[in-house]
Design a protein around this ligand. Structure first.
Ligand SMILES: Cc1cc2nc3c(=O)[nH]c(=O)nc-3n(C[C@H](O)[C@H](O)[C@H](O)COP(=O)(O)O)c2cc1C
Length: 319
């Protein structure tokens, strides 16, 4: 394990600050390239699954992805086979990655979040699941989604409910939406509810229109924008949470910075803003070597600067 790149999220040691961003690497089985590439696996610190719901979800009508000039719009609508099939068929395969696994969860109600969390907290699963990432921030589902994430009281209730239903050894991460003016409000609410870590950002609401048919291009009309275009937004939100929330500043509540990362410089910027680890999604669709390249780039940078990655967390705030 390379000590320079090692970080920890509470009790979980990560060999690198790089994680997959939920929804961009499937539930694991789909990503053959990952299973067959020890180099990619050794550049990752953790694997985050696509969103799982209690019952199967068909997802949104097509089109579900539209390319934009500096990113993509997606409105997948959380398509998945539901918790029971995920646990039986997908989860065991994730053991082969030999990485901490964080399961991303979504639900239509507080009660459903609780039920789902308790399914995942079964004793037999504890050797596979290191953490649960609560998605209170999906912008393209009709019920819940980011409307949960923009209501601090609701965020607190969801986190409290999930926390109550899982084994205390499971790390609870709350994933926040950028579709709000002040992200520190739901962040503080998540902390009040007992979250162990925060992740930000999910996608930003957007749309695209066909000038041939004069119709919206996405079947769902609304989608979530991701990719390089959103990096400055994610960066500012990490910066603000670290600056304004004492638990983040004291590093009691680590932040996972996500949004638009496409090279090692982006990761360093997120770490300087206050992130402890980072998630990478859309760039991985474009460049299959992105994790390896970023890992190697950070390693060289840290050696040159003669520091470890943890020395840089929140460093911009000392300036
Ligand atoms: C196709 C696609 C599916 C996604 N699915 C989920 C999901 O199931 N749960 C979730 O919390 N975020 C989901 N996201 C959001 C990403 O995890 C991430 O927060 C966002 O894409 C910003 O990171 P990026 O710019 O590196 O892609 C999805 C994003 C994309 C592009």
């Amino acid at each position: 394990m390379n000590k320079l790149l090692q970080v920890s999220l509470k009790n979980i040691e990560l060999q690198s600050p790089l994680m997959t961003a939920s929804g961009t690497s499937g539930h694991g089985n789909e990503i053959e390239v990952l299973a067959k590439s020890p180099k990619i696996l050794s550049s990752l610190g953790a694997f985050v699954t696509k969103g799982v719901t209690l019952k199967p979800k068909e997802g949104n009508p097509e089109f579900r992805i539209v390319e934009t000039r500096t990113g993509i719009l997606n409105s997948i609508g959380l398509q998945n086979e539901g918790a029971a099939i995920f646990i039986e068929k997908e989860l065991p395969g994730l053991l082969n990655f030999d990485l901490p696994v964080f399961v991303n969860i979504s639900a239509d109600s507080v009660e459903e979040f609780g039920e789902l969390a308790s399914c995942l907290s079964d004793n037999d699963l504890s050797q596979i699941i290191s953490g649960i990432e609560i998605n209170v921030s999906c912008p393209n589902i009709k019920k819940g989604g980011s409307s949960f994430g923009t209501d601090p009281k609701m965020v607190e209730r969801i986190v409290k409910t999930v926390k109550k239903r899982v084994d205390p050894s499971i790390l609870i991460i709350t994933k926040l939406t950028p579709n709000i003016t002040d992200i520190t409000l739901p962040a503080k609410a998540a902390i009040a509810g007992g979250t162990d870590a925060l992740s930000m950002i999910n996608t930003i609401r957007g749309m695209a229109i066909s000038i041939d048919t004069w119709e919206p291009l996405l079947g769902n009309v609304v989608g979530g924008l991701s990719g390089p275009a959103i990096k400055p937004v994610g960066l500012l939100m990490v910066y603000e949470c670290f600056k304004k929330i004492p638990e983040c500043r004291r590093r009691q509540i680590p932040i996972i910075g996500i949004g638009g990362i496409s090279n090692w410089r982006d990761v360093i910027e997120y770490i300087l803003a206050g992130a402890t680890a980072t998630g990478i999604g859309t760039s991985w669709f474009v460049n299959p070597d992105v994790f390896i390249e970023i890992h190697d780039g950070i390693k060289k940078y840290l050696k040159k600067k003669k520091v470890g990655i943890v020395d840089l967390i929140g460093k911009v705030h000392e300036a």
